[in-house]
Each structure stands twice: as C-alpha cells, then as structure tokens.
Design a protein around this ligand. Structure first.
Ligand SMILES: [Zn+2]
Length: 386
C-alpha cells in the first residue's frame, strides 16, 4: 500500500533545506526519499563543467508502459536577500494566517509538493494504471542552467526515453490560481557590442575617430525599427538596451572605445541565427560608414517555442477553469524557464502556484491554493491516463 504524501508537510520539509542555487544541501534527497517510498526508480545525475559548481539532478520513473507523463521542476532557490526584512525565517517554513512562508515556496518547491502529493493519491487509487509517471528535477534552474535540465534532456535523448507530455510546475499565475498557463516562451538573445575608434584631441576630430557616434547610430536604428507586430500567440519582439559605456577619464579626449549591451526577447517569427544576421547587418553598415572597427558577441538562452494547443492542452485548460472558476489564458509572456530545453523532447505546458511573491522578501503561498493545485494536478493525471 503506497503512502499518501501531504503537499504542505512535504513542501515544509523541502523549504527547510536551504538550497540556495547552486547548493543542494539535502533538498534533492527529500524528493528522492519520498519518490522511492512511492515505488519510483530514481536516477541521480551529477553534472559539472569547468569553473561551475557540481549540480545534482534527478530523473525518476514509475512504470514502464506508455504514455509517460512527466513533471519537471527545480529544487534550487534564489537567495533570501535581506533576512532581517522577512517577517519569519526564510527557511523555517512557518504557516501564518493561511499562508506558508519560505524561500522557494512558490518558485517552486510548493509546485513539486503539490504534484508529488497528487501522484501519491493517484497511485493509491490506481495501482494498475496503463502508463508511467516521471519526475525531471534539477538543482540548476535559478543559476546558469548549464548543468541541469539541459544535460538531463541530452541524457534522455541518448537513452531514447520517450516523454509524451510534460508539466512544468513554475508559478505561472500572477495573482490568482488558474489565471494563466503557459504554452510557450519567447527566446532571448543578448549582444555585447564594442566599437573601436581612434583616440585623439577633442579639438582635432579629423585626426581621431570617435566611436561614440557610430554606437549611438547603431543603437538608435536597432531600437527604433520594429522587429515584428507579434502573432496570435506572442506579443511583438522587443529590444532593450541594458548597458552603454565609454571609459574616459578626460573631457578633452576623444575616446578610443565604446561598448553597449542589448537584449532581444523574441517570438517565433525569429530565430537566434536570423537575429544574429539582422543585428550584424546593421552594425556592418555603420562600421563601413564611419570606418571604425567593431567586435560583437552573441549569447542565446533559448529559442522561442510554442506548444500547439492540442487536445491534452485544452483538456488541462478546462480542468483548471473548472477547479478555479477563472478564465485560464494560454500565454507565452514572461522570462525563460527549463521548458526551453524540455520542448526538444516533449510538448510541455507550465502551470503552478501564484508567483506574485517569488524572489521577494516574505515569499509565500496560500494553503488554499496549494490544496487546490494538488487537486488540479490529480485531475490532470487521471484524465491523462483515462
Ligand atoms: Zn522557478
């Protein structure tokens, strides 16, 4: 007889492990311990790259039949910040006035707790269901995310492990449970640009080459041209300049170098390489015009993707709507998540708790919401295997 897991007590146990990214400090073991009790086969995977911390990841599975429903999440959390501003110990997991407090409760230890509790109840009632349930849990989501889900997905690909559908338990709701589920994410590309001119006396500009002029022109053109108008599922792509710097200690010297950083959050009308081309073309144009030199470095943290709102997605949406009495929107807004890696092997959606206190002082989740999320997850599991 498998044991029932209580979503609140489990989440409290997990919060008490202060797994501030990239440290684990026993958090993954809490998940493994409970999954093993439920009969899951747990495979722990450690990854480390030169100059990065060693990260523990988990792929756990119950059953071998298809279809395979996967839950994905992370046990690492962001730092507590100013601890003295918290109304309670950020790793104490106290319940006050109907809220569970703690770093990571909404992002996303509470999501893990609700899913594992739902699974425990499902297994108790459906011992011989046809299919399998898996957990892909990483300790590297809040940090650089190179030794986490990305590498587990590579491993699963190599092993030809089939995942038929994946639910990522990130806090997808802004202020009310059921407002929003995510069916895709925008991509992100960051460009570091340096324009190299020639230093000289400010009174003799013809003897020098001021890199400030071309960098302003480049940034102006990039910022003022619309990248697209958006489409049915995505808002328009957007460029933001995040840094402009000219290192110059004198006021009468034309500087030698100017640099800038900008980021584009883009929709499915672009790719990393199409944007690289687009940006490079504009830079080259001004390089030629001003006879300066440029250096460019591009960094991508995931391309834009969309999970087609198929039957499974619509079914999940209707379960959430019914349970929460909200008009659940299918959305693609917000930052990136590990869904950007999982989408390579399985269709995924994101649905979890309310995220309006995540990464903040006094991060908290309502007990009511947690109980409701558990029951939503249970209904999703039941409908998936029905
Ligand atoms: Zn998260």
């Amino acid at each position: 007889m498998s044991k029932l897991i209580d979503e609140i007590r489990f989440t409290q146990e997990l919060i008490k492990k202060p797994s501030v990214t990239p440290k684990d400090l026993g958090a993954m073991n809490v998940v493994v311990k409970h999954l093993k009790k439920l009969g899951f086969k747990c495979k722990l995977m450690s990854f480390q790259e030169k100059g990065t911390d060693k990260i523990i990841n988990l792929y756990a599975k119950y059953g071998n039949q298809s279809p395979n429903l996967c839950f994905a999440g992370h046990t690492d959390v962001v730092p507590a910040g100013d601890v003295s501003s918290w109304s309670t110990n950020p790793f104490g997991a106290k319940i006050k006035k109907g809220y569970l407090y703690g770093r990571g409760v909404s992002d996303m230890k509470g999501g893990i707790g609700c899913f594992i509790a739902a699974v425990s109840q499902f297994l108790k009632e459906n011992k011989n269901f046809k299919g399998s349930i898996s957990f892909l849990i990483t300790g590297d989501e809040e940090s650089v995310a190179i030794n986490g889900t990305k590498k587990v997905v590579e491993y699963l690909k190599k092993k030809k492990e089939k995942i038929d559908f994946c639910i990522v338990g990130e806090p997808s709701n802004r202020s009310k449970l059921g407002q929003m589920m995510k069916i895709g994410r925008r991509g992100s590309i960051t460009t570091h640009l340096t324009v190299i001119g020639k230093q000289g006396h400010i009174a003799y500009p013809l003897e020098a080459l001021n890199p400030a002029t071309p960098i302003i022109k480049i940034l102006d053109e990039l910022k003022s041209k619309a990248l697209d108008k958006g489409n049915k599922n995505f808002q328009p792509s957007n460029l933001e300049i995040t840094k402009i710097s000219i290192d110059n200690s004198a006021d009468n010297v034309i500087p030698a170098k100017a640099s800038a950083t900008f980021n584009i959050r883009y929709n499915t009308l672009h790719t990393f390489s199409s944007l690289k081309k687009y940006i490079s073309k504009i830079i080259k144009k001004y390089e030629k015009k001003y006879k300066c030199k440029t250096q460019t470095q591009f960094q991508g943290t995931g391309t834009a993707f969309l999970t087609k709102p198929n039957q499974t997605v619509k079914k999940i949406q209707s379960i959430i709507k019914k349970e929460t009495k909200q008009n659940t929107v299918l959305s693609t807004i917000g930052g990136t998540s590990d869904a950007r890696f999982i989408k390579d092997i399985a269709p995924c959606i994101e649905f979890g708790l309310v995220g309006n206190t995540m990464h903040q002082v006094d991060e908290r989740s309502s007990i009511k919401d947690m109980k409701k999320l558990k029951s939503i997850y249970l209904k999703i599991i039941k409908s998936f295997f029905n």
